[in-house]
Design a protein around this ligand. Sequence first.
Ligand SMILES: NC(=O)c1ccc[n+]([C@@H]2O[C@H](COP(=O)([O-])OP(=O)(O)OC[C@H]3O[C@@H](n4cnc5c(N)ncnc54)[C@H](O)[C@@H]3O)[C@@H](O)[C@H]2O)c1
Length: 440
Amino acid sequence: MKCDIKDKSLRKLGKKRIEWALNRMSVLELIRKRFDKDKPLKSINIGACLHITTETAGLAVALKAAGANLSLCASNPLSTQDDVAASLAYDFGISVFAIRAESRKTYYKHIGSVLENNPRITMDDGADLVSTIHSSFAAKGNKTTNTLPWGSTEETTTGVIRLRALEKEGRLLYPVIAVNDAYTKHLFDNRYGTGQSTLDGIIRATNKLIAGSTFVVCGYGWCGRGVARRAQGLGANVIVCEVNPLYALEAVMDGFRVMPLKEASGLGDIFVTVTGDTNVITSEHFIRMKDKAIVANAGHFNVEIDLKSLDKLAAGKRDVKPLVTEYSIGTKSYTSAGTGKVIPRRAQAKPQLKRIYVLAQGRLVNLSCAEGHPAEVMDLSFANQALACEYIAKNHDNSFRRDVVEFFVMILQPLAGSVRLQVFSSASPWKSLSLNKGGV
Ligand SMILES: NC(=O)c1ccc[n+]([C@@H]2O[C@H](COP(=O)([O-])OP(=O)(O)OC[C@H]3O[C@@H](n4cnc5c(N)ncnc54)[C@H](O)[C@@H]3O)[C@@H](O)[C@H]2O)c1
């Protein structure tokens, strides 16, 4: 078995932590038991690009029980838990290619290692695996259709957006199940999972008291709603900045202050972006921020905080704690928060110095500074993923379209011990599939 991980000796700790998560993933456990009996993915190569966490280990174990040959790489260079990677490789026999804080080059080398396994099903969190397949297919002159996977699954909002863009341009080469769009994914994972783990990440990195702080949330989508609510629950005064007027109105009715980010910049103690957009916080905001403002991102890619502009603005930067970078600002010209005028350095009686703290280099704060979503919520998300893989394996012979497919998994009574699942897809001619009406 091939793998590339940091340190095999971490496997013992990883195994214990994986067991802790597995004990909290009851829906996935029921699926795993059935998979173990029926082997619906027998000898099927699956390539997955997901965050390497204890919860992902739960999914990996279920796919392995189904008979799949699974290769796994990370969907973010900073989210890998090295002990989990070691245990997956050496306790569970899964090919893992992931090392925490790997360089961009290694990140893509690991994606390449997963693709060497010639996966029939791909699984993504952010669409990097599918995008790589599309680029290499184009580089080969669009000639190798028979080696394309049967289908794929996509875990997150940003990945679905990227794939829908490919679909719209007529360039999507094979169908993708938008797992993110299943209610049993985004209603819980994005809202409660991102909500709790984002606060967890900020607190672990800074140990800052949230109560009484002014907490600015950029984006009031599924994740933003969760982050705002959890921050409020810890006693913060929450301000929401949202570009969609309907969601902004919803935030007002949910009891939050809503204003443009430019206005909120001078008020916030903590800023979190969770939009899926680029350059949400830029120099015009940094320049207005208070001394010691903390800035973090929970959106998928590290593009929401414009760190290039912060670098230009700053006189210096240094790491002050693990995953906390201090930028010193004020030895250059700045814009007066009061008048809005630019005050050149030479005109400042005493050049101001203020510090801005950026967490985890603007990468997913919940996965970089904490452990990501709790197992209970990933149980639902990964139940969707496991069933989506089974669905692709059972239906790929149909003349399916190259679409981003909506996928619904109804998980009924998950907490009552008798889980019932029903799976159906919006994509004709993909058949609807009803799993075990009397229980999984
Ligand atoms: N950290 C995690 O573990 C995690 C989990 C799930 C999703 N995500 C990622 O979080 C991001 C948001 O996901 P979501 O499901 O909430 O998406 P969503 O589409 O439900 O919400 C995004 C919101 O941001 C708003 N927005 C866009 N640009 C903005 C801007 N410049 N300023 C203010 N608001 C803006 C949109 O109008 C929308 O309401 C995505 O990148 C997604 O992939 C992260």
